[in-house]
Design a protein around this ligand. Structure first.
Ligand SMILES: [Zn+2]
Length: 199
């Protein structure tokens, strides 16, 4: 390690914290950053800075947004009577790419995971119930991941909503149990949405 300058060592250490990046890959990336044109390297630094300074959660649905509301919530053509509940903003992206859902979303920002110490209070479940309580939503589509925790989260929410005049559905099980929404291909996601069933 004696031959690394402090800055290079620091960059490698930061890169190695990224998911799926081991020490060797981090070293390769660091040397790549040193090799490319300075403007290219600084564009990466700017992109990281911009995303952290400009991107926040939509104040209504908790999708990623660059102003108070996300692009889905500001789109007047969306059907405000159907709400799709997902775990993460990247699930919104996957469903949007499937291109069949025309309603609005609610992003939980996680799932109930007792073993990891994540309870309902740490998610946006209260805000979801409040949205449904306002009465414009007639269907809530549960699109949490088909994992034990995702299913448990959907069940918890459907119990909370059971008193309200809203239909609760879930994605059809074309999605293999245990698979993660964001990795499911578009066609299967589209089928799962159009074939959704009563919860
Ligand atoms: Zn939104």
């Amino acid at each position: 390690m004696a031959q690394l300058t402090e800055s290079v060592a620091d960059l490698i250490e930061q890169l190695a914290k990224l998911p799926g990046v081991g020490r060797k890959s981090a070293e390769r990336m660091a040397y790549h950053v040193l090799r490319v044109h300075k403007s290219e390297a600084l564009a990466l630094a700017d992109a990281i800075r911009n995303v952290r300074e400009n991107v926040r959660y939509c104040s209504v649905c908790f999708n990623l947004a660059e102003s108070d509301l996300c692009t889905v919530c500001t789109d007047a053509r969306r059907d405000g009577s159907v709400l799709c509940v997902v775990e993460q903003p990247r699930d919104v992206m996957a469903l949007e790419q499937a291109g069949v859902f025309r309603g609005l979303y609610h992003v939980l920002l996680g799932r109930i995971a007792p073993l990891d110490g994540i309870g309902p209070d740490q998610l946006t479940i209260d805000q979801l119930v409040e949205r449904v309580r306002q009465g414009e939503i007639r269907e809530v589509v549960m699109a949490t991941n088909p994992t034990v925790e995702g299913d448990g989260t959907a069940l918890h929410i459907s119990n909370l909503l059971s008193e309200l005049p809203v239909e609760i559905t879930r994605l059809a099980r074309g999605i293999t149990t245990g698979s993660i929404l964001e990795y499911t291909n578009k066609e299967i996601l589209a089928d799962a949405l159009s074939g959704r069933q009563k919860f």
